[in-house]
Design a protein around this ligand. Structure first.
Ligand SMILES: Cc1cc2nc3c(=O)[nH]c(=O)nc-3n(C[C@H](O)[C@H](O)[C@H](O)COP(=O)(O)O)c2cc1C
Length: 145
């Protein structure tokens, strides 16, 4: 199989977890941008609409996640996160999955971007291949919301 053939079937999955909508908006923007840049298919889904058992079958996933409460994950991420924390997931469970994490947070909070930080650490633990250092969005940034 040539590199071109491999690329033909590539699709990108963008999974988001949002409490008040910002991460969802960001994920949709990422999806549009991916398609504009020539991605064959960019599927954007909330984590609570995705069957986490399918994760090892994905090629490339971009996670867009916010932090809420006092360093808490969004409600829509709870089932997904509980699954990922299972002790019986091996260190190679996601060995075929390339991923990137983008967090939305506010550095005014003590637990700044905890969701993105915890998710990135756990994905690495279970074998995920990081495509790029995690990105951390900050409400306090001059160009933030
Ligand atoms: C009630 C509340 C609690 C928050 N707690 C945190 C926090 O603990 N850590 C952090 O980094 N950001 C925190 N933030 C900032 C949000 O992560 C940020 O505004 C983000 O854009 C929200 O994205 P969402 O609309 O997708 O949930 C909090 C925001 C709100 C409104």
């Amino acid at each position: 199989m040539t590199g071109e053939d491999e690329c033909r079937d590539q699709k990108i999955l963008i999974l988001y977890a949002s409490q008040t909508g910002n991460a969802m908006d960001a994920a949709e923007r990422v999806g549009r941008e991916a398609e504009r840049r020539g991605c064959r298919s960019a599927v954007v889904l909330s984590m609570d609409s995705y069957d986490v058992n399918r994760l090892p079958n994905e090629n490339c996933i971009i996670f867009v996640v916010s932090t809420t409460g006092q360093g808490d994950i969004p409600d829509s991420m709870k089932v997904f996160w509980k699954f990922l924390l299972q002790k019986n997931l091996s260190s190679v469970w996601l060995s075929g999955v390339h991923y990137a994490v983008f967090g939305l947070g506010d550095s005014g909070y003590q637990k700044y971007n905890y969701t993105a930080k915890k998710l990135d650490r756990r994905l690495l633990n279970i074998g995920g291949k990081s495509l790029i250092e995690k990105g951390l969005g900050d409400d306090q940034h001059p160009s933030g919301q």
